[in-house]
Write a protein that binds this ligand. Structure first.
Ligand SMILES: Cc1ncc(COP(=O)(O)O)c(C=O)c1O
Length: 422
């Protein structure tokens, strides 16, 4: 076999290694969030030496990255444990599922149209989303979930060394993509369990960065900023920079959270998804609303058949079922209230939530919360936790069915007792 050694200049390697090490750190945070320390051994540690001597002609950047995923799936943990979870309340999926109209549309599409490629222009879904948001179809880009769109928007603006502003301990998939394109992280810590919105904009201006990522409401803390505050922050975004406003949980947010944004303002790209309130995480449909000059740039790089025909049918039919959305939001509110009650019954504090999950403060440090998390996983509950201090004192519980929360109520006292025993 031909051996190809990757040669890069020492200073390039140092820069890449720094970011790669960061990527490892980001991944460690992701792992923490995903599963707690117990299962981290299933991932290889970053080894720059090994990457440098790969026999395949990877780009220097790819050679420097660790092979990892921002989140470890419940299935991976189940395989590791050799046992299924009884409750899956760790990934902020919607246990309430898709609208019955969406299910019917997808069943029909599976039976009659699965052999066809989807519409690469996603015309009907774009038109429906434009009508829903009162914008033009030229303002809409649709992709394989927000996660897929995040990768594309990073590709549009980031090359090795480009500064990118994000929150320390925020949604890790964004960091994953930035690391994958060699961006330089400018990371702004949370303040009082919220993303530091003024601090993020300040860093954007200071660094003259092309991209700022801000999730509102936020994951992992479920905290939020008001519409007025977000609008004021957008006013401070300079021409030539873009705020990615990730509103994956927008449908759950209290009134007065979602800002009024001019869809033709090239300084903002807001993202929504069918994965959360619409209950279709497994189908992979997300969309962006932005200025036509920004949205049309995705056509240069996107995977045109990346949203399957069945997924398109399900998303389109969902939009016809506003009543379903209302029911889901109400069910999530009830579930979050019960999570709060279960937390309180165990001496813990549920933080206010604008999402479909609750961050529960375990009252001590990250190591203690990790033991609580381990205890819950050991009792067959799939849950996650924030990875960065001081938010890592919390565990994160997604809204569940009554059965899921019965299992939580039963497991939590034992998990806490074990955690306290060390
Ligand atoms: C803030 C945030 N953005 C995006 C996503 C992923 O959305 P999608 O399923 O559309 O890729 C999540 C999922 O947990 C999230 O928490």
């Amino acid at each position: 076999m031909r051996e190809v050694r990757v040669r890069i200049k020492a200073e390039t390697f140092a820069a890449v290694q720094r970011d790669a090490v960061f990527c490892g750190a980001a991944s460690a945070a992701g792992l923490d969030e995903a599963i707690g320390g117990r299962y981290t051994s299933i991932f290889p540690a970053f080894d720059p030496g090994a990457a440098m001597t790969s026999r395949l002609p990877f780009t220097p950047l790819v050679a420097s990255l660790s092979a990892t995923v921002p989140f470890v799936g419940a299935e991976a943990i189940e395989r590791q444990r050799g046992r299924r979870f009884v409750a899956r309340i760790g990934a902020n999926e919607s246990v309430f599922g898709p609208s019955p109209k969406a299910i019917a549309a997808m069943q029909r599409a599976v039976a009659e149209e699965a052999w066809l490629y989807g519409d690469p222009e996603l015309h009907d879904l774009k038109v429906a989303l434009a009508a829903r948001h009162g914008v033009s179809p030229a303002n809409i880009v649709i992709g394989g979930g927000i996660d897929g769109l995040l990768g594309l928007v990073v590709r549009l603006f980031v090359e090795p060394g480009t500064p990118v502003v994000t929150s320390l301990g925020g949604y890790p998939t964004f960091d994953y993509h930035v690391a994958g394109f060699g961006g330089r992280f400018v990371r702004v810590p949370y303040v009082e369990d919220r993303e530091n919105l003024p601090g993020l904009v300040e860093a954007l201006v200071r660094e003259a960065a092309p991209l700022l990522y801000f999730a509102n409401p936020d994951n992992p803390m479920a905290s939020w900023w008001s519409a007025g505050e977000v609008e004021a922050a957008i006013e401070r975004v300079p021409e030539g920079s873009v705020m990615i406003l990730d509103e994956a949980y927008g449908e759950f947010a209290p009134a007065g959270t979602l800002p009024r944004v001019d869809a033709n303002d090239p300084r903002v790209l807001r993202f929504r998804t069918f994965s959360k309130a619409w209950g279709m995480a497994g189908m992979r449909v997300g969309y962006g609303i932005g200025a036509p000059e920004l949205v049309s740039a995705f056509d240069k790089i996107r995977n045109h058949f990346g949203v399957g025909r069945v997924a398109q049918a399900g998303a389109l039919a969902s939009l016809d079922d506003a009543a379903w959305l209302e029911r889901v939001v109400a069910a999530v509110d009830r579930s979050k209230a019960r999570i709060g009650a279960i937390a309180a019954a165990n001496g813990l504090t549920a933080l206010p939530s604008a999402t479909n999950f609750v961050a529960v403060d375990c009252g001590r440090d990250g190591a203690f919360a990790r033991r609580v998390l381990d205890g819950l996983i050991g009792r067959d509950l799939f849950v996650r936790k924030p990875g960065v201090a001081p938010m890592d004192r919390c565990i994160r519980l997604s809204a569940g069915t009554d059965g899921d929360l019965d299992a939580l109520a039963e497991a939590l006292p034992g998990a806490l007792a074990d955690a306290a025993a060390g």
